[in-house]
Design a protein around this ligand. Structure first.
Ligand SMILES: *Cc1c(COP(=O)(O)O)cnc(C)c1O
Length: 427
């Protein structure tokens, strides 16, 4: 499917039925798989043959959906995970462990920030956070001899900063490490980070990819371009024998295209067990089939709402990269000429209290900790998702105390604007 356009990949990639086989992907709801001899199965355990033996590591339904996302991103291999959190953890921990260091944009999802700055710190991985708007000099200064990766979000949730992917990729590569990009908000419909130099892409498929607020999930995709062996001293996990698999060296045995995802599956999925369920993968695939159609409408609604808010006298500021007034407009037009995402950030005059009154008065938009589904919803991050951050950290993360995050759904934009207008009157 790799020659087709993104719209065709959304609908058809990942599964091509044979004669008389089901048109929709089959749900292989089975924990285990049968083999004729112990020897056959032994080969799977040694990674000598590929095949399924236990759904904690791999499942055919999950693999079909991972293959679709892989194709959509233009990658070489991909794996589904049970959540976006697991995807980001796997992507980083697959190459950075105790004693290692990672450079990350400070403007990232609150859960990811917590994973990096608290939980992975306890595991011995240190992070240096840099502003996504930093100069090349500042970015280069963040690297250490033990740096193993660079991390950022295409469009950060909830700050909506846009990552200059080429700037981050160039700095990563100059230091011999890969760039990992969380592409959740843009989706491969609007941006394919591999085309701009990223090496690994992650997703919380819980957001636009599922798109209906129905199914939690994540995905890790490898571009298959990073040459681990050229930096073998930095990546012993990929470039030296794995004793738990009879001395296999992943980068040698599975090459550029397969090493990263095979290692993440064989070691991390085996040991941490954050596997997506076949039913979740099936639901995710239903979402993917219409992703290109929905993203266009999410962006159209968000653009109209952002333009309405910008003109409203009760609104202090609006943050949406689709607005020419946004400091990220130019970089967004470079990486996402067809639209960014459906999430708009804005501040209401009167701050925190006015924001609460506004949210309580909304009728169509529900207050939820979720974003990026068919129904419009909104959130005040400072009192919810980012409440573990102090004021300084909030500002560094681009989440001011008065920020309201509005995730524009697929309803009529006229109805949404009318709802927002009446709620602003009550703020
Ligand atoms: C939601 C989100 C995550 C975490 O994903 P879950 O599926 O909730 O675990 C990670 N990154 C971004 C950008 C997100 O929006």
């Amino acid at each position: 499917m790799s020659d087709y356009r993104i719209e065709t990949k959304c609908v058809q990639s990942g599964y091509t039925p044979g004669n008389g086989e089901p048109r929709q992907i089959p749900i292989i709801q089975s924990t285990t798989f049968k083999y004729a001899t112990g020897e056959d199965m032994g080969k799977l355990f040694d990674l000598e043959a590929s095949g399924y033996f236990y759904s904690r590591l791999q499942n055919p339904t999950c693999d079909m959906v991972a293959a679709k996302i892989c194709d959509m991103e233009g990658g070489s291999a991909a794996m589904l995970t049970a959540s976006g959190q697991a995807a980001n953890f796997f992507a980083v921990f697959n190459i950075a462990s105790s004693g290692d260091h990672v450079v990350s944009s400070s403007s990232i999802y609150g859960g990811t920030y917590n994973l990096f700055s608290v939980t992975m710190k306890k595991m011995g991985v240190e992070f240096t956070f840099v502003s996504p708007d930093c100069t090349e000099e500042e970015l280069n200064a963040a690297f250490r001899p033990n740096t193993k990766a660079v991390f950022g979000e295409t469009i950060a949730n909830p700050a909506l900063t846009v990552l200059d992917i080429e700037k981050f990729a160039n700095a990563a590569h100059a230091h011999g490490v890969p760039l990992i990009v969380d592409n959740t908000f843009a989706t491969p419909v609007n941006c394919r980070p591999f085309e701009w130099g990223a090496d690994i892409v992650t997703h919380s498929t819980t957001k636009y990819m599922d798109g209906h607020g129905a199914t939690l999930g994540g995905c890790v995709v490898d571009a298959g371009k990073f040459d681990w062996m050229a930096h073998a001293d930095k990546f012993p996990g990929l470039c030296t024998p794995d004793d738990s698999y009879h001395g296999i060296t992943y980068a040698e045995k599975f090459g550029l295209g397969g090493a990263f995802i095979t290692k993440a599956t064989a070691q991390l999925m085996r040991d941490f067990g954050s596997m997506a369920s076949p039913m979740s993968a099936y639901m995710l695939n239903l979402g993917l089939e219409s992703l290109h159609v929905r993203m266009a409408r999410h962006c159209e609604n968000a653009q109209a709402i952002a333009e309405f808010l910008e003109k409203h006298d009760k609104v202090a500021w609006v943050n949406y990269a689709g607005l020419p007034s946004s400091p990220y407009h130019k970089v967004a037009m470079k990486y996402m000429p067809h639209g960014t995402c459906g999430v708009v950030g804005f501040g209401i005059k009167g701050g925190r209290d006015a924001a609460s009154r506004f949210m309580a008065a909304l009728k169509l938009a529900a207050i939820e900790t979720h974003v990026a589904d068919a129904r419009t919803c909104c959130l005040h991050p400072a009192s919810t998702t980012h409440r573990q951050m102090n004021d300084e950290e909030l500002i560094a993360a681009g989440v001011p105390g008065d920020l309201v995050r509005l995730s524009c759904g697929l309803e009529s934009k006229e109805d949404l604007i009318a709802d927002i207008a009446q709620a602003l009157e009550k703020a």
